[in-house]
Design a protein around this ligand. Structure first.
Ligand SMILES: [Cu+2]
Length: 148
């Protein structure tokens, strides 16, 4: 029975940290009406290749979280982000392959209101971290696209 203790303590610590960050960052009212924890992972939606070989992938922005948080796609894929929150968000890359240290963005959506979408086509393989700059203090507002 004691073997799970360290895992439980870690899990509780992580939950507390996330809760604290959420409380600290939710300054603009609104808030989530449904305390919805956990669930709702609508599964990575990767569409099959189109006739011309191009692929698409979709990422939702919901409850101050990018879902999925990690997306792996083949080069040439167009990724579409959709803001499903009533709160505004953005999608801004923080690093990527072959980028000069002085350059911090390879893509930036600008402010996305509820229902707005942003598309970016990833031509070059690499790991692209991105965030919502509006809520950058929240762990769930950071995510990554891996292009193979
Ligand atoms: Cu945001």
């Amino acid at each position: 029975m004691k073997t799970r203790t360290s895992f439980s303590v870690l899990a509780v610590a992580v939950l507390l940290a996330v809760a604290a960050l959420t409380l600290a960052a939710c300054g603009d009212g609104g808030g989530s009406p449904y305390g919805g924890g956990g669930g709702g992972a609508a599964a990575g939606t990767s569409s099959p290749p189109a006739a011309d070989g191009a692929t698409t992938s979709e990422i939702s922005i919901k409850n101050f979280s990018f879902t999925p948080a990690e997306t792996t796609v083949p080069a040439g894929t167009t990724v579409t982000w959709t803001n499903e929150d009533t709160t505004v968000h953005d999608v801004t890359s923080t690093d990527g392959p072959g980028i000069d240290a002085a350059v911090t963005s390879t893509f930036a959506s600008g402010t996305l209101a509820e229902g707005d979408t942003f598309e970016f086509t990833f031509e070059d393989p690499g790991t692209y971290h991105y965030e919502c700059t509006i809520h950058a203090t929240m762990q769930t507002m950071h995510a990554v696209v891996i292009v193979e």
